[in-house]
Design a protein around this ligand. Sequence first.
Ligand code: SAH
Length: 233
Amino acid sequence: MWAASVLTIFPEMFPGPLGLSLAGKALANGVWALNTIDIRDYATDRHRSVDDTPAGGGPGMVMKADVLARAIDAAGDGRPRLLMSPRGVPLTQARVAALAEGPGVVAVCGRFEGIDERVIEARGLQEVSVGDYVLSGGEIAAMALIDACVRLLPGVMGAEASAGEESFAAGLLEYPQYTRPQVFEGRPIPQVLLSGDHAKVAAFRRAEAERLTRERRPDLWTARPAKPEKTTG
Ligand code: SAH
């Protein structure tokens, strides 16, 4: 079973949103497992300290390497060990898909100014970022990562298994979607979508996805995979 272990000083934040909707149903049905590890349980002093002042001075506090290492060891071997971190490699749909194919993740959630560099090296933590902005802790980042993985697990999206058509699947953003009413505040649904002509619908959607990607994400447009060669004969 795909299993996520989350290391945090706020275990009460979980499952939180992961306990509802698609991810929550899958959790209840045993499609995946969630285990929170309270980092404080691995402190050794009577104040259960997990942080200390930064070597070299400066503002804030740094999470202690020794305490974190014990918490990480408690999560066991065999799964990628991720540190949620604004310095990390950006999380992409391709990375999410690769993680969903594996046995699960161990996700370390930082707090304060961050964590002692030595535990990143000593425990081989892979730093992963959810975007170029700074959160106050890694928990929301870990939830985003786990949610994105879980919806790709077999059976989670069920009949709506539309992952292959979604944003980023082909290096493109998703085409616009419409549903009833046929006219909303004077705006009709594009005629082609009501035509029943599947080839025309597919061509329209493809063109719209390409237009949106060119306009909004020139970076994705330039990097998109080349179209598969047409086979002849
Ligand atoms: N001083 C650090 C920021 C610490 S924010 C710096 O300048 O890089 C506290 C914690 O929030 C981090 O340790 C990390 O676990 C989490 N976090 C903040 N922003 C994040 C992001 N964009 N992606 C993933 N985790 C993030």
